[in-house]
Design a protein around this ligand. Structure first.
Ligand SMILES: NC(=O)c1ccc[n+]([C@@H]2O[C@H](COP(=O)([O-])OP(=O)(O)OC[C@H]3O[C@@H](n4cnc5c(N)ncnc54)[C@H](OP(=O)(O)O)[C@@H]3O)[C@@H](O)[C@H]2O)c1
Length: 303
């Protein structure tokens, strides 16, 4: 069995997700490293190819959000006949107003957003609805309107499971609240802040979806044209690249293997606007990375 397609059980939802999931931000909204062209979302034809490549490969988890502009619409447009093949996670609280987004976490806005997602996704029930936290997550948690709206939607049968996309101490608070079935957190070789949160979720049977597993492309060949620019973690990225002989794909293999070895991670939501990335990431994850190489990488990043 390919590592990427290994099914990891989420006790709170009574289902298993493939270790490699798909982040559908990149197929709906300009995103990622670099300038305009590098960040540009794909056209319909290309987005269709990416989405079919995801399911053809056997990936069974797609993460989207109402704030990802064309993403939800494209998922239903191209995958409606294959809806039974994947678990769909979306988000509420950040809203799309192309080309921008805005935040509204009030009860009314969240209820409306959930109804809009149901309509957009042409479905009666959404598998997982996550809070799409923005600039002041503590206030949103304290006010409680978003969670109240999500729980009412769950009672009305519109949502199966609840999730939150958040990091650090506030993530710990939400994990301990017992209200959430899935947590989406940032985690990668360069930023291991959520390490304890991942372990805590495992203890409690809560699913862990990882965003930014490739540090939004910094841990991949996408970084190579940017090595003369300034960016966060540059010194560490350069040292990791040196460790893998300057090969961007090997940097990705290392980053993926680091995530794979963490049993608390249910799935990594790797995003891409290119269909060929899906097979490439499955193959990179299959590569044998020695304990020695990974230890050297950890020495670099934890220095
Ligand atoms: N607040 C939130 O909840 C939030 C925020 C951010 C992201 N997310 C979720 O997480 C997903 C991933 O987002 P991310 O951008 O943070 O993380 P990421 O998965 O760390 O990086 C994605 C980037 O890596 C590139 N990439 C993927 N595979 C590659 C490969 N083999 N070689 C070279 N480049 C590769 C992609 O570029 P190409 O398009 O060129 O392949 C893409 O721009 C999103 O789609 C979304 O579902 C959630």
């Amino acid at each position: 069995m390919k590592r990427a397609l290994e099914k990891r059980e989420i006790p709170r939802i009574g289902a298993a997700v493939t270790f490699l999931g798909f982040g559908a931000l990149e197929i709906g909204r300009d995103w990622g490293l670099g300038d305009g062209r590098e960040r540009q979302k794909p056209d319909d034809r290309q987005a269709e190819k990416v989405l079919h490549a995801v399911l053809d490969a056997g990936i069974n988890l797609i993460d989207t959000a109402s704030a990802y502009h064309r993403s939800e619409e494209r998922i239903v447009k191209f995958l409606s006949s294959r809806r039974h093949e994947f678990i769909l996670a979306t988000k509420c609280g950040e809203h799309s107003k192309e080309p921008d987004t805005y935040y509204d976490f009030s009860y009314r806005a969240v209820k409306e957003s959930i109804d809009r997602s149901l309509k957009q996704l042409q479905t009666d029930v959404i598998d997982i609805m996550q809070i799409h936290f923005g600039p002041d997550p503590e206030r949103v948690i304290d006010e409680g309107e978003t969670l109240a709206a999500m729980k009412d939607a769950q009672r009305e049968g519109k949502i199966r499971y609840l999730g939150a996309s958040i990091d650090g101490e506030l993530a710990t608070r939400l994990i301990e609240s017992g209200e959430f079935d899935v947590m989406q957190m940032g985690y990668n070789l360069l930023d291991q802040t959520n390490e304890k949160n991942i372990a805590l979720c495992r203890e409690k049977g809560i699913g862990v979806f990882i965003r930014s597993g490739l540090a939004a492309g910094l841990l991949s060949a996408r970084v190579l044209p940017h090595l003369n620019e300034q960016f966060k973690h540059k010194k560490k990225v350069l040292a990791l690249l040196e460790l893998v002989g300057g090969n961007g794909d090997q940097l990705t293999a290392l980053a993926l293997q680091f995530l794979y070895r963490n049993p608390g991670i249910s799935s990594i939501l790797v995003g891409s606007k290119r269909p060929e990335r899906i097979g490439q990431n499955i193959a990179l994850l299959q590569q044998e990375i020695s304990d020695h190489l990974l230890e050297k990488a950890l020495e670099i990043v934890n220095d």
